[in-house]
Design a protein around this ligand. Structure first.
Ligand SMILES: *Cc1c(COP(=O)(O)O)cnc(C)c1O
Length: 420
């Protein structure tokens, strides 16, 4: 299946080609030229089954096609439970992977693809918190791959930082003295200017190799919901760079029973502002308690605008909700009191929408385990959160990282050192 650039000035590429290039030559993002229309009535809702059936479709006709089912099965080897919260309200738990955030799904599929394609590559990733950890875990000690992780110095929780910096020799971690946007700007420029021996490739949420697998949990949970409720599921998605939500929209596009997708945002209000006023004004990132959503200029907006030329005309399919830090804290407390659920600050943005709009039917997407943000959550609920097994097993590894200014030539010289 072919992919084209959102900016329309690059040649079409295959799915693997899109994964390998990261960004299109014209600076745009890759999107499928045509979305398949699937017959899904009799599909098994099991997540690994859905992954094995859905993902190969996008690689059809490529040499790697026959390996995609196996890569998908191995990437989706942990569950994504759909937990009933209250009446028609469900929680989709995406935090049962190795680094306890939804990023594990995409990162593990991407790493499997790279291995199958026998890539000798440098993976460069900017992270606002959880991406880098998931990517580092997925590529850790994989032969032929070096990983460079850039994260904002002081902008991630201590446990998140540990997950960014505790890996083997092939993972190089950098605390950048700046914001996530500074990290992302360095990465974008590196792709445009890279002329090395090894391929420099992305693992950010702009990567098709992460976006495609993220469709899988929307597909499987919406099928399960539909079997039970006989209606489309309204998803409420904690949103930053819009990679997770766009994957949901792609799943809807190919026929899964998905209704509205609500973008729950933190105080970085560029999306809610856009939906309320029509003005698109990317701005500097503001730090919040939901730090993995601290994005002032969501890259995947280009993909959303490519799907719907004017998303504001589709209010039955998409809306956005703004939640500040005070409301995040209040919601963590209320959700604990009301339902006994311990949620992370990101998931709280979605629950704030649920509480304020008295939502009784739908699926709240839970993007991370609360134990990653114990500094915020424990004082509110007044008890210790037990670490999930995955996090326990990496807790004893030591951190190693360098702190650097947001300086492009410095980053390039570090990359060059791994280029042999
Ligand atoms: C990355 C992340 C988000 C935001 O996802 P986007 O795809 O950037 O919109 C939300 N919550 C958590 C826990 C994350 O790690």
């Amino acid at each position: 299946m072919n992919f084209r650039s959102t900016r329309g000035k690059s040649e079409e590429v295959t799915a693997l080609g899109a994964v390998e290039s990261g960004l299109a030559n014209d600076g745009g993002l890759f999107v499928p030229v045509e979305f398949p229309k699937l017959q899904i009535e009799n599909t098994d809702a099991n997540i690994a089954r859905v992954a094995e059936f859905l993902l190969p479709i996008f690689f059809s006709g490529e040499k790697i096609e026959s390996e995609i089912s196996k890569i998908a099965r191995e990437a989706f080897n942990f569950p994504a439970p759909l937990r009933n919260v209250d009446k028609g309200l469900y929680l989709l738990e995406l935090f049962h992977g190795p680094t306890a955030a939804f990023k594990d799904f995409g990162a593990r599929f991407l790493a499997g693809l790279f291995q199958a394609a026998k890539k000798n590559a440098i993976v460069l990733v900017a992270t606002s918190g959880d991406t880098g950890g998931a990517v580092a875990a997925a590529f850790n000690e994989k032969p032929g791959i070096d990983v460079f992780v850039l994260f904002p110095d002081g902008g991630v929780s201590p446990r998140q930082r540990h997950q960014l910096t505790c890996w083997g020799k092939n993972v190089h971690s950098f605390a950048v003295q700046g914001s996530f946007d500074d990290c992302q700007a360095l990465v974008k420029r590196a792709f445009l200017e890279w002329k090395g021996k090894r391929t420099l490739t992305s693992a950010n949420s702009i990567s098709v190799g992460r976006l495609l697998p993220q469709m899988v949990y929307y597909a499987s949970s919406s099928l399960a919901y539909f079997k039970e409720k006989k209606k489309e599921a309204h998803f409420i998605v904690p949103t930053g760079n819009l990679g997770n939500a766009v994957a949901g929209m792609w799943a809807r596009k190919i026929g899964f029973p998905i209704g509205k997708i609500t973008l729950a945002c933190n105080a970085n209000d560029v999306l809610p502002k856009y939906f309320s006023t029509g003005e698109w004004k990317p701005k500097a990132t503001q730090r919040t308690l939901a730090n993995a959503m601290d994005v002032g200029s969501p890259s995947n907006m280009e993909r959303l605008l490519d799907l719907y030329a004017n998303p504001r005309d589709f209010s039955s399919l998409i809306d956005a909700h703004l939640v500040d830090d005070e409301a995040i804290k209040k919601t963590i407390g209320e959700v604990y009191k009301k339902w006994g659920l311990v949620i992370c600050p990101h998931t709280a943005t979605a629950f704030d929408y649920v509480l304020k709009n008295k939502v009784t039917d739908g699926i709240v997407v839970s993007t991370a385990h609360a134990a990653k943000f114990e500094g915020t959550v424990e004082p509110i609920i007044g008890k210790k959160i037990e670490l999930p097994e995955s996090l326990k097993s990496i807790a004893s590894k030591t951190e190693k990282f360098q702190t650097i200014p947001p300086d492009f030539s410095l980053l390039m010289s570090e990359l060059k050192r791994s280029d042999s």
